[in-house]
Design a protein. Structure first.
Length: 221
């Protein structure tokens, strides 16, 4: 009797990969404003849009809740978290303290390899919006890790979703005194000069301007 071949049981797209892809796509849509603040996240619609099961959508929503991008409201279910100036101000205050300290620490110890990594990340920011977010994250990761501030970087990473939302908001502004890329270049230049005070000042100037833009856009002032 001819033996039947074994069934093909290989999982070509593991559930974990589906979940990660769903989180990435949904996060990107929220950051880009395709799902505005307060918008309901309807499971059935998301299943159709993402091409995944309800269980994957629910897991993705739970993960985005931990990032502060989604909140669950009584009688409404999950919605895109509202972003107001009170929350944004706190985020900028935290960033000012942590990023200023990290930039100063990085400038004190930066060698040729660190400077080259920052230059590469800065160059990559010339791409599209996705490239800007990825390169900006890499830019700050190099700064924090080079300064030996891994715990501070973990804190910043937990805020990354909300930071990216604010970054998308302020990048759209046309009234910047100095373009965002130029602000980042000034931070990199101060680190390249191994000048901790100038690096801290460059970070603070960058965040002060971004915070001012965010306040005007969120409060309509």
């Amino acid at each position: 009797m001819e033996q039947m071949p074994p069934p093909d049981l290989r999982i070509h797209r593991p559930p974990q990969m589906l979940r990660e892809l769903a989180v990435e796509r949904l996060r990107g849509a929220i950051i880009a404003g395709r799902f505005p603040s307060g918008a309901r996240l309807v499971e059935r619609a998301l299943c159709d849009q993402l091409g995944v099961s309800r269980s994957v959508v629910r897991e993705a929503i739970r993960i985005l809740e931990t990032e502060g991008l989604v909140e669950s409201l009584p009688n409404r279910g999950p919605v895109v978290a509202r972003l107001d100036w009170g929350q944004a101000r706190q985020i900028y205050d935290i960033r000012r303290l942590l990023e200023g300290s990290a930039a100063a620490g990085c400038a004190a110890v930066a060698d040729g390899a660190v400077k080259a990594e920052l230059a590469a990340a800065l160059a990559a920011m010339r791409g599209g919006s996705d490239a800007v977010f990825a390169a900006t994250t890499r830019f700050y990761e190099v700064i924090f890790r080079s300064a030996g501030q891994d715990i501070a970087w973990e804190i910043v990473q937990r805020l990354n979703g909300r930071i990216s939302r604010l970054r998308a908001l302020t990048l759209a502004a046309t009234d910047r005194a100095v373009p965002g890329h130029e602000r980042m270049a000034r931070i990199a230049a101060a680190i390249a000069a191994n000048d901790p005070d100038a690096a801290r000042a460059a970070v603070e100037a960058h965040l002060d301007e971004a915070a001012g833009i965010a306040r005007r856009m969120l409060e309509g002032v």
